[in-house]
Design a protein around this ligand. Structure first.
Ligand SMILES: Cc1cc2nc3c(=O)[nH]c(=O)nc-3n(C[C@H](O)[C@H](O)[C@H](O)COP(=O)(O)OP(=O)(O)OC[C@H]3O[C@@H](n4cnc5c(N)ncnc54)[C@H](O)[C@@H]3O)c2cc1C
Ligand code: FES
Length: 271
């Protein structure tokens, strides 16, 4: 049997580009160069520029593979220059999936900030695909302004799904915004799930993760039920280069999702 080189990006093309916010865009790839389960990530290569890790934002059950990406630096800026039909590379999937079997028959409490909704969207769509297994799915999402909310057209459709409850907040509102205003913790005052049994899944910028985790712990969620997406610098993606160490964990191999129980004794785990 041929040995597949894990460092070799599979060539693929961009099929569609969907602007989400002024700095966040969804890239739909042509076909499905890789399979994945919710929670796993891939390395995307821009030829001649480099590669960076991203978690798919599409459903693991969908035909297309999508990534929702914020422009922050070298690789992401080069991605934002590309057009439909342009070539990129994909390698993966890497890391461990969410333990969806352990979530069965439970309420699931998902908390996202900014572009952190991207990996959570993939998880959410995987849960909705098998919604009969789960008691109820709660999403709590915060963005800086109404303009910065990702998936603006999709959220109203998701809100109509039975057993789904979504609440949004923005740090700063505008004339069009009728919802909550304030940082993400303003919509975590009330926790509508049984904190003794519910898993809670968090993804967002480091500071948001820190304050949300504090709030979830204070609300009574069990440390082993708090699942956190760790966004460490990565290189190899397969546990060889040591770039992504958090305490004793390699985020690329043991994560990218670790529980609060795993990391709570590490000094400044979210940096
Ligand atoms: C497992 C995993 C999954 C990820 N999934 C996604 C995803 O779905 N969507 C997505 O947009 N990003 C995601 N990221 C983050 C993404 O990998 C980085 O934004 C990317 O590596 C930046 O590469 P760059 O070359 O454009 O920036 P660089 O040139 O490496 O960085 C330029 C500058 O931007 C800063 N920077 C880097 N990353 C970020 C960031 N995330 N936010 C703010 N500033 C930053 C750096 O500190 C530096 O100052 C994920 C990261 C990991 C580890
Ligand atoms: S990215 Fe190389 S060890 Fe994790």
């Amino acid at each position: 049997m041929a040995v597949i080189n894990p460092y070799y990006p599979i060539p693929t093309k961009i099929k569609e580009i969907i602007p989400e916010t002024p700095s966040i865009t969804t890239f739909v790839l042509d076909g499905r160069p890789i399979d994945f389960s919710a929670g796993q990530f891939a390395e995307l290569t821009v030829p001649g520029v480099g590669e960076a890790p991203f978690t798919p934002s599409s459903s693991p059950y969908a035909e297309d593979l999508e990534f929702t990406i914020m422009k922050v630096g070298r690789v992401t800026s080069a991605l934002f220059e590309l057009k439909p039909g342009d070539s990129i590379g994909v390698r993966g999937p890497f890391g461990k999936p969410y333990p969806l079997d352990a979530f069965k028959k439970k309420e699931i409490f998902i908390v996202g900030g900014g572009v952190g909704f991207a990996p959570l969207r993939s998880l959410f769509l995987a849960l909705v695909h098998n919604i009969k297994h789960y008691k109820k799915i709660y999403i709590r999402y915060g963005a800086r302004t109404p303009q910065d909310i990702v998936y603006k057209k999709l959220i109203p459709e998701w809100q109509k799904i039975d057993k789904v409850d979504i609440l949004l907040t923005v740090d700063r509102g505008d004339d069009s915004w009728k919802g909550k205003v304030g940082v993400i913790t303003v919509i975590l005052d009330e926790i509508p799930v049984n904190v003794n049994s519910a898993p809670t899944i968090v993804c967002g910028p480091p500071l948001m993760m820190k304050f949300v985790t504090q709030r979830l712990v204070e609300a009574g969620f069990k440390d082993e039920h708090i699942y956190l997406s760790m966004e460490k610098n990565m290189s190899c993606g397969i546990g060889k280069c040591n770039h992504c160490r958090v305490g004793k964990f390699y985020v690329c191999k043991d994560g990218p999702v670790l529980t609060w129980k795993d990391i709570k004794d590490i000094e400044e785990p979210f940096i």
